[in-house]
Design a binder for this molecule. Structure first.
Ligand code: HSE
Length: 325
């Protein structure tokens, strides 16, 4: 990473302090990655749940982490998602000794709604405010990807980009980063999190490394259709493009009740949906709040009958991304 270090002339270093503040708190949103057909390239941010982070400038070298929740996440910054992201940022700040982070997670790790991305994105956005926004959003995504790598072993930005930019984002490329914000019509999002844990690293491991050309053609037709449908605010096109012929058939077997939830939610009026990120959460998009609520009832009904604990979230797309509070 050394070769990426941005050298500031001493006179050019923006002053520290975020308008005099030495401590900044943020809410960092959950996100839905892949959006069914866009594996590793599409994602959107949710208005809830959110994690809470407070970052302060420190006179100690490195990153100190204080956990303010019951998840028992590691406090060694090199193996902590937030810590790894902040360390990547520190490497490009010759004038900063360190940061202290207070972390309160509300998004359960391993839920499939971007818990690790929220952990990576929130702290770097807060730290950047402390540093008078010297880094661009794209730089912050680059730092946060070091955190995502700690979590899943791979750098991917389809949760991090929407967490930082808000709204729906397309990651056309990660090396070099090319992030495109996509205008979307109002959408209501219903998420069910069956209480099993699917590790992203495992859910990536089981994927096939080769795809048939006929499947690839279907998939890129759907991705293009979804992006066009979002931009044109065409709900029907969005709905019929929410189809994944490559990843979902493999991963859905890890999620009890997946096919039943998906079919019954569509029957209840959802536009469509599928696995959120690498699962086990399932998300559905609806045009209006009443349909989203009916979809939630269907999800609850399926898991009550299967006898599996679950949590649901009824929300909308977060247009702002990580928010300073
Ligand atoms: N695109 C990623 C995956 C998101 O599906 O593995 C999960 O972090």
């Amino acid at each position: 990473m050394k070769n990426m270090i941005k050298q500031y002339e001493t006179s050019a270093i923006p002053p520290l302090g975020g308008g005099g503040a030495r401590s900044i708190s943020v809410l960092s949103p959950a996100t839905v990655a892949n959006v069914v057909c866009g594996f590793d390239i599409l994602g959107f941010a949710l208005n809830n749940p959110t994690d809470e982070f407070t970052v302060s400038l420190s006179n100690e070298v490195g990153v100190q982490i204080i956990n303010n929740d019951d998840f028992n996440l590691p406090t060694n910054p090199e193996i902590n998602v937030s810590g790894a992201a902040l360390l990547a940022m520190l490497e490009e700040c010759t004038d900063v000794k360190g940061f202290t982070l207070i972390s309160k997670k509300n998004i359960k790790p391993g839920s499939g709604i971007g818990s690790s991305a929220a952990s990576a994105a929130g702290p770097v956005v807060a730290a950047n405010v402390l540093l008078n926004n010297r880094f661009s959003k794209s730089d912050l995504v680059r730092f946060a990807m070091f955190g995502e790598k700690v979590a899943s072993g791979v750098k991917h930005a389809d949760n991090i980009a929407p967490a930082i930019y808000g709204g729906v984002t397309l990651i056309r490329s990660i090396f070099p980063l090319d992030i495109i914000s996509i205008d979307a019509p109002p959408l209501h999002v219903t998420v069910v999190h069956p209480q099993i844990e699917v590790r992203t690293a495992d859910a990536r491991q089981i994927l096939k490394q080769n795809v048939l050309l006929k499947d690839a053609i279907k998939q890129w037709g759907n991705i293009a259709g979804l992006v066009a449908g979002l931009i044109q605010h065409n709900y029907d096109l969005i709905g019929r493009s929410l189809e994944d012929v490559i990843i979902e058939p493999v991963r859905s077997i890890l999620i009890p009740g997946f096919n039943e939830v998906k079919q019954k939610c569509k029957d209840a009026g959802a536009l469509g949906g599928g696995i959120s990120g690498s699962g086990p959460s399932i998300f559905m998009l609806s045009k209006d709040a009443a349909t989203a609520k009916a979809v939630e009832a269907v999800m609850k009904d399926v898991y009550n009958r299967i006898g599996l604990d679950y949590q649901t979230h009824l929300t909308t797309i977060n247009q702002e991304g990580v928010k300073v509070v």
